[in-house]
Design a protein around this ligand. Structure first.
Ligand SMILES: O=C(O)CCC(=O)C(=O)O
Ligand SMILES: [Fe+2]
Length: 320
């Protein structure tokens, strides 16, 4: 069953439960031309960035079922164009049932297969293009700073958009139907060869409104040719101390040949999949040392990911 769509996709208000959908669906149908029109308009987006979008190239990704990282291939379902996807998502968010695996209870780490569909991934990759800027780092209490020794990559804060709104809704529903207002604007991050993010917490001490959780979703891991995959670029949790089944290695989700010698666990960039973790201890205090994590250097090709951060309280864009 589809999830209803807020009339303003970026209003980040809670969506209606499915049972209350009928009148809203009718209203939604009546609003389609309006929303489609609005999708084609320039949007004012978070803080600094203002831009037009709408005619980015469509990257044809297809479904991959073989659990290895790389681009998506061998589709069974047709890929929608960006325009089709935006029109559909403006009407209602489609149902989506990703497959979840608890990796660890303490810290809480959940692995999600197919968190995003191939069409959504193509869409986000196109949407991000005009917004890439060098990725900032947060240093203690200071605001944005740049230090490529700590973090080298390009980040794109995504604009107000119907597909983004549905992915945000999916992300708060996953977390017990939280209000959408707790989410930061979601961010695409792109790593070329040699790019990395040194070990860090997404939460830091002194954050007035801490990031309580993170989704990191893999959008691309590709190389020079269509068949080639990226190498490196795992998301590593060097202080993770728990044991896990060898099946995590066999599935291709965890890099068990990691040669960095630091132990812990490293998740490979498997396109479409996500790692979700809580930055908190079970009693709600931040931050759990087991989720200290890094984006390992990319050794070949490019890796693109999506950060979805949830705050404890309503997120105010200026807030760091
Ligand atoms: O690139 C990764 O695997 C992790 C990225 C990350 O930790 C972040 O952007 O905060
Ligand atoms: Fe991080």
């Amino acid at each position: 069953m589809a999830t209803s769509k807020p009339s303003n996709p970026k209003s980040k208000t809670q969506k209606q439960p499915a049972s209350a959908l009928a009148p809203i669906t009718l209203l939604g149908l009546a609003l389609i031309p309006l929303l489609t029109f609005s999708y084609l308009q320039p949007r004012v987006i978070s803080n600094q960035v203002k831009s037009l979008y709408g005619s980015q190239p469509i990257i044809a990704y297809t479904q991959n079922n073989n659990h290895h990282h790389g681009t998506l291939s061998n589709s069974t379902s047709p890929i929608q164009t960006n325009e089709q996807l935006a029109a559909e998502y403006s009407h209602s968010c489609p149902s989506h049932a990703p497959k979840t695996h608890i990796f660890s209870l303490d810290p809480l780490i959940i692995y999600v297969e197919n968190y995003l569909t191939p069409s959504e991934i193509s869409y986000l990759l196109s949407l991000a293009v005009p917004y890439y800027r060098p990725s900032p780092v947060s240093k203690g209490y200071t605001l944005e700073a740049y230090d490529t020794e700590i973090r080298s990559s390009m980040s794109a804060v995504l604009p107000d958009d119907p597909v983004v709104a549905c992915i945000e809704q999916r992300s708060v529903d996953f977390q017990g139907f939280m209000p959408c207002s707790r989410l930061e604007d979601i961010q695409v991050v792109k790593y070329a060869v040699g790019d990395h993010f040194r070990p860090h917490f997404d939460w830091f001490s002194g954050m007035a409104n801490p990031r309580i959780s993170t989704f990191f979703v893999y959008l691309a891991c590709d190389g020079a040719t269509e068949e080639e995959e990226c190498q490196g670029g795992a998301t590593q949790f060097p202080h993770f101390e728990g044991a896990f089944s060898k099946l995590w290695c066999d599935s291709g989700f965890v890099d068990c040949e990691d040669d960095s010698g630091v132990g812990g666990v490293a998740f490979k960039p498997v396109v479409g999949n996500a790692v979700f973790w809580s930055n908190l201890y079970a009693n709600g205090t931040a931050g759990h040392p087991g989720v200290w994590h890094a984006g390992m250097p990319v050794k070949r090709g490019r890796k693109v990911g999506l950060n979805i951060f949830t705050r404890r309280e309503t997120w105010v864009p200026e807030q760091k």
